[in-house]
Design a protein around this ligand. Sequence first.
Ligand code: HEC
Ligand code: HEC
Ligand code: HEC
Ligand code: HEC
Length: 266
Amino acid sequence: MVSRLLAAALLVVATPVWGGQPHQFCLSCHPAHYEDRGRCSDCHRGNPSSDRKNIAHSGLRAGKYACFTLGDTAQIKEGQLLMDQLACRRCHVSAGRGNRLAVSLDSSAVRKTAGELASSIRHPVANMPNFSLEEEQITMLVNTILAGAQGRKTTTTAPVRVHFNTSGKKSVDIFSTKCGSCHRILSERSGALGTGDIGPNLSGILSENYPKTFRNGELWNRANLKLWLKNPREIRPWARMQPVILTEKEMKELESIIVISSDPNM
Ligand code: HEC
Ligand code: HEC
Ligand code: HEC
Ligand code: HEC
């Protein structure tokens, strides 16, 4: 009897328990809120078993990035709209949908802190367009990424790697020679091609995730692309791009670079 009491007492000492739940040391510095919706770390991450701030705050998610935990709010709807408008899915998978030309945002949501996601959008790598967004929009997108990744199994298939030409040799593929001075593209076959930022980033152009910027909100397809290259001004009177003349063989090579094999439309 005595030993059993002792064992129980020891257990209490080893794992401090309040009302059946392990104690959250967050509460020694912060008032409680949203108690009915879960524990602090369900929404904020962090480490509730330490009363030392730097440990308790490791991987912490600030309140503004935890808004998605409150449900399908107006903010999330607006974030989803923004994600569609900016066509993040021409390169990324988010909420299970999108091209796999860059890392899946569903897996980034698990591997990275919200602050890191925000900073990747604020200061994008060379092969991600700089959307020059307001802080509020970035916060919305991060919440949307986190909401989309919730309860999802992360990448069953490895993301296509974005490889960079580090050999110092000049690329001789048709995209690099004919388009790359003005455009960039992430391709399934050859990774990141092109170095130009004068024209739009063409990643995923022949897929349904690319913005519908051909005539009258039409998707780009092989036929449309041919028309455009022949004479951009015929499609868009004010277009700044000059015609690019390609042979049949060059056109085939270009298509083989920019096509996305996983796209059911192709
Ligand atoms: C030792 C005291 C202490 C503990 C323990 C602690 N915090 Fe904090 N927390 C602070 C202080 C002080 C701030 C004010 C900002 C700063 O100094 O980092 C803060 C800020 C925050 C913020 C705002 C962060 C931001 O970037 O705006 C959140 C969210 C937060 N804490 C959540 C938690 C959670 C969740 C836990 C438990 C896992 C926790 N804190 C544990 C002291 C603590
Ligand atoms: C259901 C999710 C949820 C839970 C559970 C939750 N929070 Fe929050 N927390 C939020 C949200 C969302 C905000 C942003 C402002 C708001 O809506 O109140 C926030 C804001 C905060 C802030 C203000 C600073 C900031 O980053 O904006 C602190 C500090 C904080 N929470 C600490 C805690 C602590 C400590 C616990 C555990 C007792 C806890 N939270 C539990 C969602 C949650
Ligand atoms: C043209 C392709 C492209 C588009 C469009 C694009 N990104 Fe990216 N993004 C990238 C590349 C490349 C990286 C670097 C990681 C990698 O190599 O896969 C990246 C990285 C990120 C990261 C960091 C991920 C991590 O794990 O470190 C976030 C977050 C992100 N993008 C969000 C967005 C959002 C939100 C949008 C839409 C507003 C967007 N991206 C549009 C290409 C793109
Ligand atoms: C000398 C620079 C230059 C070269 C070379 C060039 N482009 Fe462009 N391209 C542009 C510019 C600038 C635009 C923006 C057009 C506008 O003003 O509407 C553009 C727009 C486009 C668009 C429309 C995309 C959209 O969403 O609006 C496509 C498609 C395109 N280019 C494909 C190509 C391809 C494929 C090649 C190579 C065969 C190529 N371009 C070569 C400068 C160039």
